[in-house]
Design a protein around this ligand. Structure first.
Ligand code: BDR
Ligand code: CA
Length: 317
């Protein structure tokens, strides 16, 4: 199977890290560049974590470009209470051997598809600040990618950062609106937290399976999600920790894993009480759809991809 040429934009916390492993070590993805953004953790920490993850995947050669340090108009609110102070479960990971690039993430998002129109797939795993900043400079940017997949929103309005909003949409809702206003359903797909909550929860049995694999990738993927596991038990009440960014990456790598999709006109709330909440217009009189929303993913297919990747030996030792 040919590999998918990718740009990955990430606020690398512990689930972003697992998504990077899927893209870098499954044999399905060909990451041309990683761009980082403030979100789960401050920007320098997100960049460090992206470098660590690629090193773990045996792909320290992939360039990592730091991007925006804060949302477009709001102060940065991180999710370190979810992912740990270092965003990776506070397990004492050593510094990565490689350094980040100097070129700004927004420059990379703008220039990469110009060299290869319609060839690159963009996957965003954090707040949409970098992509929105790029769209302010090139309003047709989304059309230059083959497809854009975003882990963002909660289509069932069951939130993780607030009662009704998902973190990436909530963290920079103005940026999310810029993306939604430029989106078309043939080019842009969002995979929301509703999918993660239903189809990507690592149950105790799944966690045991990862531990028993015993490979460097499996051990890394499991241990860095330690803080999320505690948070999930205390806050969301799921039957384990969920993996929002990995399931979004899995859909990008293998679109057939998405078993239920919806096209709709989607906007986002900016007001204090409803910040980051999706406004999905399903009326017959709604404006034309601007977005494809993935609503269900094959849980078995996703987990097999995860376990197969983690079982591979080519990680850094
Ligand atoms: C999203 O927010 C972060 O906590 C995760 O990395 C994921 O991108 C889930 O709401
Ligand atoms: Ca993320």
């Amino acid at each position: 199977m040919p590999t998918l040429p990718l740009i990955v934009d990430t606020d690398t916390g512990s689930d972003d890290a697992v998504a990077l492993l899927l893209a870098a070590a499954s044999g399905l993805g060909d990451i041309r560049a990683v761009t980082t953004v403030a979100g789960n953790v401050p920007l320098p920490t997100a960049t460090r974590n992206a470098l660590i993850s690629l090193h773990m995947a045996g792909r320290a050669d992939i360039p990592v470009h730091p991007g925006c340090e804060r949302p477009m108009t709001r102060p940065l609110t991180t999710a370190q209470h979810v992912h740990g102070q270092d965003g990776m479960g506070d397990i004492g990971l050593p510094d990565p051997p490689q350094a980040a690039e100097r070129r700004h993430a927004v420059e990379v998002l703008l220039s990469a598809p110009h060299r290869r129109p319609g060839e690159l797939t963009l996957v965003t795993l954090g707040p949409l600040t970098n992509l929105a900043a790029a769209l302010l400079r090139d309003r047709d940017l989304l059309t230059r990618y083959r497809h854009v997949y975003c882990m963002a929103g909660a289509a069932d309005l069951r939130g993780n950062i607030s009662a009704t909003a998902e973190f990436n949409a909530w963290a920079d809702p103005e940026a999310a609106r810029v993306v939604l206003q430029a989106a078309t359903p043939d080019k842009v797909t969002w995979i929301g937290w509703d999918v993660s909550r239903t189809d990507a929860v690592m149950t105790p049995e799944d966690q045991l399976r990862l531990e028993r694999l015993g490979t460097p990738l499996a051990t890394f993927a499991h241990h860095i999600n330690r803080a999320v596991a505690t948070w999930a038990r205390d806050v969301t009440g799921l039957a384990g920790y969920d993996l929002p960014d990995p399931v979004a990456m899995a859909v990008a790598l293998r679109p057939e894993l998405a078993v239920e999709r919806e096209q709709a006109h989607v906007d986002i709330a900016l007001g204090d009480e409803t910040r980051g909440q999706l406004i999905i217009d399903r009326r017959r009189t709604a404006p034309p759809p601007n977005l494809t929303l993935v609503r269900r993913v094959s849980e078995t297919g996703f987990k097999e991809l995860l376990f197969d990747t983690c079982a591979r030996p080519e990680a850094h030792r």
